[in-house]
Write a new protein. Structure first.
Length: 364
């Protein structure tokens, strides 16, 4: 069956083409050019942080964050098991050990109580993931981090524009990361950003992402760095997208409200915004009553040309990370019953109604 309603697609309705053509016309197509700096400056201002460092994708953003904080072999980093694998793999890249924590049933976010239960003498940092756009309880998490003198890295890949108690995610921790992959709230095709309010962290992260190149000596490198730079073309697209961020989020929240209204009387639980939170709804998610009916519903929707995907598989179940003696009942339950629904900014409301009607037909 041909996909008629995709899970996600970017909305390239602003100045993306104009800015990209400017890159081509001026021959600034790689990592130098005005758009990289402009994107960094505008992104920092929009998110109320002092510094932003554009990078090649969201995974390397987390890798850089860990290296900048000198996390490495022998260290432990607490991270939710219910997340995309890119939140976890960089911990292994630096030689540290990921320690998984369970989720909260209402928000689907990392459980602060379980974070504290997992802290040992080897724990050096907490990676919080604002899953699907809903913010974590940053007040509780920062209290724990302060109590045990731990770094906090915020993975905001899915939560650009989300807020906790009126404050943007990405402004609570020591360092934060964002993704601009093609299915994110704003996209650069492939890209990411690291943000911080700490000048020392900013300078070291910038140094690392640019092959360890010295500022005051041409082609002289004083550390083993990485080529994690964003291209001017990607930054041009990102700048155009950033200017539309508020519109995108407004549209996505409207999609959620329509889904909520149309699914209200069905035996389906929709992932909602909770108290003290502003949810950007990267993806609208639902929970079916029982795990065994999820794939039947997804297959029914697929037969009608509607693309969905399962909620992320918990990372502790994956072969490279399965050697774990803990249980994660909430994460396992959410993962087994959850479905992500089409949720892109340019999506027509009539498509939401069609999806909801097909769910009703399936349930009846």
């Amino acid at each position: 069956m041909k996909i008629k309603i995709p899970l996600y697609q970017p909305s390239l309705t602003g100045n993306e083409k104009k800015y990209v053509l400017d890159c081509l016309d001026t021959n600034w197509i790689s990592s130098k050019g005005k758009y990289v700096k402009l994107f960094e400056e505008k992104f920092a201002k929009k998110n109320n942080v002092k510094f932003a460092i554009a990078v090649s994708n969201g995974t390397v953003a987390i890798h850089l964050a860990l290296m900048t904080l000198n996390i490495g072999r022998g260290d432990e980093v607490i991270v939710p098991t219910l997340t995309y694998v890119a939140s976890v793999n960089p911990i292994s890249y630096v030689g540290a050990k990921p320690i998984f924590a369970d989720s909260l049933e209402d928000t689907w976010q990392i459980d602060p109580i379980d974070i504290e239960n997992k802290i040992t003498s080897k724990t050096k940092a907490i990676i919080v993931v604002h899953l699907y756009g809903h913010p974590c309880n940053m007040e509780s998490i920062m209290k724990i981090a302060k109590k045990y003198n731990l770094f906090v890295i915020e993975d905001c890949a899915e939560a650009l524009g989300s807020k906790f108690k009126g404050r943007y995610v990405g402004t609570f921790g020591d360092i934060s990361t964002f993704s601009f992959f093609g299915n994110k709230t704003i996209t650069t095709g492939e890209g990411g950003m690291v943000t911080t309010n700490n000048r020392k962290i900013f300078k070291y992260c910038t140094h690392l992402k640019s092959q360890g190149l010295m500022d005051n000596k041409e082609y002289w490198h004083n550390i083993v760095g990485y080529n994690y730079r964003m291209t001017n073309i990607c930054a041009a697209i990102g700048l155009a997208q950033l200017k539309q961020l508020d519109i995108f989020i407004k549209k996505k929240r409207a999609l959620f409200e329509l889904y909520r209204k149309k699914l209200d009387n069905l035996p389906i639980k929709i992932h909602k915004e909770t108290d003290n939170s502003f949810h950007s709804f990267w993806l609208v998610n639902i929970l079916v009553e029982r795990a065994e009916i999820r794939e039947n519903l997804r297959n029914h929707l697929k037969s009608k040309g509607i693309e969905t995907r399962p909620v992320f598989n918990p990372i502790h179940k994956m072969p490279m990370y399965h050697k774990n003696s803990y249980s994660f009942p909430v994460a396992d339950n959410l993962s087994s019953r959850g479905i992500s629904l089409p949720s892109w900014p340019g999506m027509l409301h009539e498509n939401v109604i069609k999806i909801c009607n097909e769910k009703k037909r399936f349930i009846k």
